[in-house]
Design a binder for this molecule. Structure first.
Ligand code: ADP
Ligand code: MG
Length: 375
């Protein structure tokens, strides 16, 4: 991706509705063939962003470039961008075939060409044989596929998808996520998807844009966003997080000694921190290790493999069974509550901890994320 010119470029784009800022200073580059997802809660400006790219609304400030060209004066139908709307927006009185053919007819293509192209995309979305049905004779998933077919039949450079799966039930969503991803690979065109669902964003995208109250918080590959969140907002929005308060005691290169509660713990960070500064220590539930104090005492090898710097002690409050994993919630001595995710392994497929168990909590050094205290 690096080196090539972006297919879509937003430069300092803002959008206001009256005195309300829907988007503020958006800088974003989207590359040819990318699957990029705009992730954020309801009302954060996701749909607005798509509408600006599609040309349904003018920007209030800034500029949008498509293939290097400023599109300010280009109406939607001239942008080589197609949108799959959240509501699908199918024509209810038209057949599947006519819904998909509509745009091509508007553009005056020859009937043979229309027939060929509609047939092709209906095959692609696995709706061959459904040509004569009306939208209300289709399931939600099938309607969704008609909406996709109608958008890709125009062979756009970019497909914009506004929460395209939100009306579907869980299993169908999972299936459609895979189908859309495969479709994008086969077509080789750029998909810009909008969702409020972190798992959906991660499983489908090359890159994720985390949007919050009209501003971009972070852009990166799913693993970057999850493992190296730029700030607390991102860390909290993309999955579960445990937060401990620390203070920087000592710095030697990337190695930092932190005081967390009564413990001194060595961590790594390539961020610059000053001695004495308060920091947040972020730990994903799956990065935490929990052992009973009894096991630690009985098993010296275990003790050796447990954090050099020591461990926190606490009491198990509850365990929650989740199928492949279970969560164990521990109240640390000193007050904080943290949650660790444990994986079942084959020999030991029972929940290992019980409420009231005295436990040690640690993590593998280097897996923590340090952030400065904000504000
Ligand atoms: P999302 O798609 O992330 O839920 P939207 O882009 O729809 O968010 O909306 C972003 C903000 O802009 C919201 O506060 C919403 O109320 C406001 N907004 C969106 N469209 C309009 C409009 N046409 N007129 C006034 N306010 C709008
Ligand atoms: Mg929306």
């Amino acid at each position: 991706m690096n080196g090539s010119a972006p297919l879509i470029q937003l430069k300092q784009v803002s959008k206001r509705y009256g005195d309300q800022d829907a988007l503020t200073d958006i800088d974003l580059e989207i590359f040819n063939g990318e699957f990029i997802t705009i992730l954020g809660p309801s009302g954060c400006g996701k749909t607005t962003l798509l509408r600006l790219i599609a040309g349904f609304e003018p920007v209030s400030a800034g500029a949008i470039y498509l293939n290097g060209r400023d599109v300010a004066d280009l109406p939607p139908e001239k942008r080589e961008v197609n949108t799959v709307f959240q509501s699908y927006a199918l024509f209810p009185h038209m057949s599947v075939y006519d819904n998909v053919a509509f745009g091509l007819r508007m553009r005056g293509l020859a009937p043979d060409e229309i027939r060929r192209r509609v047939g092709e995309v209906l095959n692609l979305v696995q709706l061959a044989g459904f040509e004569g049905r009306r939208p209300n004779q289709l399931s939600g998933g099938q309607q969704q596929r008609v909406a996709v077919a109608r958008a890709i039949v125009n062979r756009p450079l970019v497909l914009l998808l506004d929460e395209p799966l939100s009306a579907l039930d869980y299993r169908l969503r999972k299936q459609m996520q895979l189908d859309l991803k495969h479709l994008q690979r086969r077509l080789g065109i750029t998909f810009v998807l909008v969702t409020h669902d972190q798992e959906e964003a991660f499983s489908m995208s090359d890159r994720v844009v985390v949007l919050n109250a009209g501003r971009i918080e972070q852009v990166g590959r799913p693993s970057e966003v999850y493992e190296q969140p730029h700030n607390l907002y991102v860390a909290r929005f993309v999955g579960e997080i445990n937060l401990l308060d620390g203070r920087v005691e000592q710095i030697e290169g990337e190695r930092i000694t932190l005081q967390i509660g009564h413990l001194k713990i060595g961590v790594k960070s390539n961020r610059a921190f000053a001695k004495g500064k308060a920091v947040h220590v972020l730990l994903r539930p799956e990065d935490l290790r929990v052992e009973t104090l009894k096991d630690l005492a009985d098993n010296p090898a275990l003790k050796n493999s447990f954090a050099d710097g020591g461990y926190f002690t606490g009491t198990v409050e509850e365990t929650i069974y989740k199928g492949a994993t279970y969560d164990v919630t521990v109240r640390l001595d000193g007050g904080r509550t943290i949650t660790a995710t444990e994986f079942f392994n084959a020999e030991d497929a029972t929940i290992y901890f019980r409420p009231g168990d005295r436990v040690a909590v640690s993590w593998i050094e280097g897996w923590e994320v340090l952030l400065p205290h904000e504000g």
